[in-house]
Design a protein around this ligand. Structure first.
Ligand code: SF4
Length: 352
């Protein structure tokens, strides 16, 4: 049988519509926690192929202008990008690998925080619900580096990518690692742009670091509870929908010190729960606007905050600095003064 090479896999994947394809050898995961290790899924794994597809810059335009939310969730997040636009070419690439006689595990980027403490099903293995840290896998595959914001940055698109992977027993030549700090310049604009104060400033000295081969990658130790509240619809400063539904309500995300899981437990029922229809709110949803956006996410995940700092501020900055290969003829992404709402939702005025 003809020999399969990394170049053949990359050329095929790009031909299928993927934007970036990189290869890590399994040795680069030697320090990964056991339930986040590719070999926990496939003990014979020799390579992890990490693929990226861009998030369209235009997916955020409506949120940046404060006028239109569905495009981001539908085209740029869970609606189609994570569930069709990446999985389809990823699947074809996995088929291509198996045509050469190597097993290929297509990997959807589940989140490691959703790992309940499960007992192993057999002695000598870890419990189920293994998830890779997909961004760290991306670093290991030479696709990019972690920005200060913990968002994955690439040379071509900056932070505007989503990642999936293929784990395989094919031994493929790994790509070179990206030099730490070659994309993120520690400008701290993600910190300034984040409405929930989820990203510590470098002065706070709160960091996480990993080592892969001879390189150390370091980023901010994100306050993930606040990040989740802001992203998934718990933050009145970035959700006009909360203001519409709960006049008189006040919630300052920057004062919250909750875990990521607790934040999910707050956001999901608040956004997607239902209640009896009343004259005050005839929709029947707790927050109708959030529930409608979630429907654009194919009844899966949804984004309300739209990553104001960690994505939008970041790629606006990197583009201006000429640090992304993709450029735009219409100039900077952030074109007007940015909107932000109060955390206190003003009560509806009633006539005496
Ligand atoms: S905005 Fe982007 S480039 Fe600037 S510090 Fe944050 S992650 Fe790094």
């Amino acid at each position: 049988m003809k020999q399969l090479t990394a170049e053949m896999v990359k050329d095929f994947g790009i031909g299928q519509g993927l934007d970036l394809v990189g290869v890590a050898n399994i040795e680069r995961f030697k320090d990964a926690p056991p339930r986040m290790h590719p070999a926990a899924i496939m003990p014979e794994a020799r390579s992890v192929i990490v693929v990226a597809r861009r998030i369209l810059r235009g997916s955020w335009r409506g949120i940046e202008e404060g006028t239109y939310w569905p495009s981001y969730t539908y085209f740029g997040y869970h609606g189609l990008l994570n569930t069709l636009f990446i999985p389809a070419p990823l699947y074809e690439t996995a088929c291509f690998i198996e045509d050469f006689g190597w097993e290929a595990v297509p990997y959807y980027p589940g989140v490691p925080e959703a790992q309940p403490p499960e007992k192993p099903l057999r002695p000598g293995v870890v419990g189920p619900d293994v998830h890779l840290a997909i961004r760290i896998a991306g670093v290991a595959a030479g696709l990019g580096e972690m920005g200060w914001s913990k968002v994955f940055l690439t040379e071509k698109f900056g932070p505007r990518v989503r990642l999936h992977a293929i784990i395989t027993d094919a031994e493929l030549k790994p790509d070179p690692l990206i030099e730490p700090g070659s994309i993120c310049d520690r400008c701290m604009l993600c910190v300034v742009g984040c409405p929930s104060d989820a990203i510590p400033n470098a002065k706070e000295n709160k960091t996480v670091a990993i080592r892969i081969e001879d390189k150390t990658y370091e980023w901010a130790d994100i306050r993930l509870g606040r990040c989740t509240l802001s992203y998934h619809g718990g933050d009145p400063t970035v959700s006009p929908f909360i203001h519409k539904t709960f006049p008189g309500y006040e919630f300052d995300v920057t004062k919250q010190d909750v875990t990521e899981d607790a934040a999910y437990k707050l956001c999901w029922p608040l956004s997607l729960g239902s209640w009896r229809r009343t004259d005050e709110d005839p929709s029947g949803w707790l927050i109708e606007g959030h529930a409608m956006v979630e429907r654009w996410g194919q009844d899966g995940s949804y984004g309300i905050g739209g990553s104001r700092g960690c994505m939008r501020s970041c790629f606006d900055h990197l583009e201006k600095r000429g640090k992304t290969e993709q450029t735009f003829q219409g100039g900077a992404f952030i074109k007007r003064p940015r909107w932000i709402l109060p955390s206190k939702v003003a009560p509806v005025e009633t006539k005496p």
